[in-house]
Design a binder for this molecule. Structure first.
Ligand code: ADP
Length: 601
């Protein structure tokens, strides 16, 4: 039975633990997926805004081409190569300096000494544009070659001036230089770096060592960025199909560029503004534009970031979480709730299992007690019946002639018969009580008189067995409300126990006392000098079928019902039966009953 209970508990417990473990794992996986989805979503946002910035620059490049074409279309502009710087700055304000270079590297414009900006530009870029030195540059050229966009009649011209380069068009990898460290390290980088399997703390935008004519190759427009004393220098260039020998260029004003790029971050969707902030960071990881305005953060550690491209090297579009702890917080709350639920589940299973096992134990004990009870009662019935049968047969056969012997046999028969009827009464009463059918007829009666009567009825039997009974009766009667027969049965059960568990100490004391504290009550004490109730069993002896001295061990017959009945009857009277060990050895059983209230006396 215990094994079944254990198996049952384990069958519930183990799968529950496994389920709990699975739930925790899936929660962790869910959190990772959620984080991944979030980073992909925001990476998409950064990518699209970075593309917008890049598109803006491409548009600027095309616009520059259009400006050049417009100037070339002006018939009066014969001196355009010389006056280009001036004209461009007048017509197109993003330009800081305008320049014209021949394919061979002759700088036709700007004129070095005309403005301080032109002078500085000449100093910085003269050698590079004149193909006299190569520089560390970031470049993208539109491979929109003369073949595609230059009219057929120019092709020959184009090929004839193709600056002596017979190699295939240069590709960027040809120039691939050292990768630069990224200024910004996005938080999500480790995750993404696992995906694309490349070190992410390096910028994807690479510089390369090149001469200007190498970059231009056979393309007709492009952008070149270079850092001069850590300051970004962005050049646009354009070669018109009208004269492919000339390359028109412009240095873009960085201040103007920054202003023009500000609206890019403003295109962030309003729905996303509750969760993220977006910043356009320059090559020093300083914010150029931020949405929402006033947002502050450690700019070098965005959630995700995308580089804008070669035109603006190391400029990034960075996304920051407005509440970085939000995801972790909700995961923590979920984990806590799950943990609590799992703990509650395990607790419920444990308590349930413990209750089942405890109940099973109780049931097992009760079943064993009932089996013992049946064998005890059978034995108790059999013993007096055997004596009654034996002595009555002897008397019936007329074989006992001596009158004293006959008298003694008759006594034994009477005593055994009353023992039988006591036992049967106990069993019947118990079953009546179990079914709730036991009826009491309460009436006012004198307790001392009732106890005395019962003791006196029992006295001959006890004295015949060598017992000495000491009884002290009060002077005044003690009135209680009681069912006389039921109360007499309680007294007889206690006297019978005192006799059974005397262990040769044949001394029984009966006392009655009227007490006032805590409430007025009467107390009947039945004391013996036997071994007393074993320690730890003082309360258990009042449980049904419980026997502290089992029949086999002690040789004392019993049903384990006497005290159960005594207590139930006393309690039905508003009182109780309790046990206390006597000083000097022996038991003292006390029947306590409430007194009849004075006005009803
Ligand atoms: P039983 O028929 O076994 O006597 P009871 O309900 O009357 O059943 O008593 C329950 C148990 O209490 C007994 O088995 C015995 O172990 C213990 N007991 C009862 N009365 C006494 C006593 N006077 N002295 C010692 N033990 C007692």
């Amino acid at each position: 039975m215990k094994k079944i209970a254990l198996f049952f508990v384990l069958a519930v417990f183990v799968p529950s633990l496994a389920l709990a473990w699975l739930a925790v794992r899936s929660l962790r996986d869910q959190q990772l997926i959620l984080e991944r989805q979030q980073s992909l979503l925001y990476q998409g946002v950064a990518d699209s805004l970075a593309k917008e910035a890049d598109d803006f620059l491409t548009e600027q490049q095309h616009e520059f081409g259009r400006q050049v074409e417009a100037m070339l279309a002006d018939r009066k502009a014969h001196d355009l190569p010389i006056t280009f710087d001036d004209r461009l700055r007048t017509n197109w304000f993003p330009a800081q300096v305008g320049f014209v270079v021949t394919v061979k590297g002759d700088i036709l414009s700007c004129v070095p000494n005309c403005t301080p900006a032109a002078q500085a530009f000449y100093t910085d870029n003269g050698k590079f544009l004149g193909n006299r030195e190569s520089a560390e540059v970031y470049w993208n050229s539109t491979k929109n070659t003369a073949n595609n966009s230059i009219p057929n009649n120019s092709i020959a011209v184009n090929s004839s001036f193709s600056n002596g380069y017979n190699e295939p068009p240069l590709t960027k990898s040809y120039f691939a230089g050292k990768q630069k460290m990224r200024n910004v390290v996005p938080q999500q980088q480790p995750v993404l770096s696992q995906q694309i399997n490349e070190p992410q703390n390096y910028s994807k935008v690479e510089s390369s060592e090149a001469e200007f004519r190498q970059l231009v190759g056979d393309s007709n427009e492009g952008m070149v960025a270079r850092f001069l004393e850590n300051k970004l220098n962005l050049l646009l260039w354009y070669r018109s199909p009208r004269d492919t020998n000339l390359i028109f260029g412009a240095q873009i004003s960085l201040a103007h560029l920054k202003e023009s790029l500000k609206p890019v971050v403003q295109t962030l969707e309003p729905a996303l503004r509750e969760d993220i902030a977006v910043a356009l960071l320059d090559d020093a990881a300083k914010p150029v534009a931020v949405v929402p305005a006033g947002f502050q953060s450690n700019w070098k550690h965005p959630f995700v970031a995308t580089e804008i491209g070669e035109a603006l090297p190391h400029w990034e579009l960075a996304v920051y979480l407005l509440n970085p702890a939000k995801l972790a917080e909700s995961a923590r709350t979920l984990k806590f709730t799950l943990g609590l639920l799992i703990a509650l589940l395990l607790l419920a299973i444990s308590v349930g299992g413990w209750l089942i096992v405890a109940d099973l134990n109780r049931q097992l004990t009760l079943a064993r007690q009932k089996t013992d009870f049946v064998s005890n009662v059978s034995h108790e019935l059999k013993t007096p019946l055997t004596s009654i049968r034996m002595f009555s047969e002897l008397l019936a056969e007329g074989r006992v002639l001596e009158p004293e012997k006959r008298q003694s046999y008759l006594h034994i028969i009477t005593a055994e018969a009353s023992r039988l009827s006591r036992l049967i009464n106990n069993v019947l009463d118990f079953s009546r009580m179990e079914r709730g059918e036991k009826k009491y007829s309460f009436q006012k009666c004198g307790l001392a008189g009732l106890v005395r009567e019962t003791v006196e009825t029992y006295r001959p039997h006890l004295e015949a067995n060598g017992f000495r009974i000491q009884a002290a009766w009060p002077d005044a009667e003690i009135m209680v409300n009681a069912d006389r027969d039921a109360l007499a049965q309680v007294v007889v059960n206690l006297l019978s126990n005192a006799e059974k568990y005397s262990n040769g100490q044949k001394e029984i004391t009966v006392q009655i006392e009227q007490l006032r504290e805590p409430l007025p009550y009467a107390e009947v004490r039945v004391k013996d000098r036997g071994p007393g109730v074993p320690r730890g069993c003082e309360e258990k002896i009042f449980e049904q079928f419980y026997r502290a001295h089992d029949s086999l061990g002690s040789g004392i017959q019993g049903s384990g019902l006497g005290l159960t009945l005594a207590r139930q009857i006393a309690r039905a009277h508003g009182g109780d039966v309790t046990y206390r060990a006597q000083e000097g050895g022996g038991s003292c059983f006390m029947i306590r009953l409430p007194l009849v209230k004075p006005q009803s006396q």
